[in-house]
Design a protein around this ligand. Structure first.
Ligand code: NAP
Length: 248
């Protein structure tokens, strides 16, 4: 897999899965723009770390749920690096609760970041990629979009929405040589799953055929594949990366 000469944007790229994706794409030769919302220090540290290894990496703050900020992120990248070949919509949040206890704000916030955020970035990058007549959009969904999950009605709805959005855009943009795919991680070791009780984690691992939680690098490897020319003939697909938790 060779991404030399490609320009990539990774939303929520300073932490967890996004961070691993940034590291992987940079290691394959891509120029990477890290988007963060609140993790300024972690972003700058990652830029310094990768720059000192000889990679071209930059970072910019933008709240993906805001239409104008998403546009700013795309425009910044085009002005600085001339194009956008790869967009990884990775930014996401959880606000878990049972429906009886979940308030309207928790529902709206999760939809705004996880679903509207993906639409905002896709809308603005489409203009650039359509002109280029090439591009790869990779959206991070979740296996709970398919399975459902107690206490995550907002999150599961947002991630299922991402799958519908992925398939629609794959159909709309295919004629311009733009592929749109989703990756659906299972349970991956990041700060999002750190909050889970050790007993629950053991129970989860027991239900996974490969008997372990995933590492952020497990997701990054698949994203790199979908971003590479090896995946030129794949579009509108959802790739589950979950140790076999969901088999369709
Ligand atoms: P994480 O470390 O909490 O990462 C979430 C990232 O999203 C953070 O870098 C955060 O940036 C960014 N973000 C949140 N709100 C944002 C906003 N409004 N604008 C821009 N960026 C924003 O958790 P993670 O596990 O790596 O999650 C990455 C993605 O994988 C998410 O979409 C998540 O839903 C998905 N996922 C995770 C798992 C899992 O088991 N961990 C499973 C399935 C799917 P700041 O820190 O800068 O605010």
């Amino acid at each position: 897999m060779d991404l030399k000469g490609k320009v990539a944007i990774v939303t929520g790229g300073a932490t967890g899965i996004g961070r691993a994706i940034v590291q992987k794409l940079a290691s394959l030769g891509a120029t990477v723009v890290i988007n963060y919302n609140s993790s300024k220090t972690a972003s700058e540290e990652l830029v310094n770390e990768l720059t000192s290894q000889g990679h071209t990496v930059d970072c910019i703050q933008a709240n993906v749920s805001k239409f104008a900020e998403a546009e700013k992120l795309i425009n910044y990248t085009v002005e600085k690096f001339g194009r956008v070949d790869i967009l990884v919509n990775n930014a996401g949040i959880t606000r878990d609760n049972l429906i009886m206890r979940m308030n309207e704000e928790d529902f709206d916030q999760v939809i705004e970041v996880n679903l509207k955020g993906v639409w905002n970035l896709s809308k603005h990058v489409s203009r650039v990629m359509m002109k280029q007549r090439s591009g790869k959009i990779i959206n991070i969904s979740s296996v709970v979009a398919i399975m459902g999950n107690v206490g995550q009605s907002n999150y599961c709805a947002s991630k299922a929405g991402v799958i519908g959005l992925t398939k629609s855009l794959a159909r709309e943009l295919a004629k311009r040589n733009i592929t749109v795919n989703a990756v659906a991680p299972g349970f991956i070791k990041t700060k999002m799953t750190d909050v889970l009780d050790e007993k629950i984690v053991d129970q989860i691992a027991n239900n996974i055929p490969l008997s372990r939680l995933g590492e952020p690098s497990d997701i990054a490897n698949v994203v790199a594949f979908l971003a590479s020319p090896l995946a030129d003939y794949i579009t509108g697909q959802v790739l589950n990366v979950d140790g076999g938790l969901v088999m369709q």
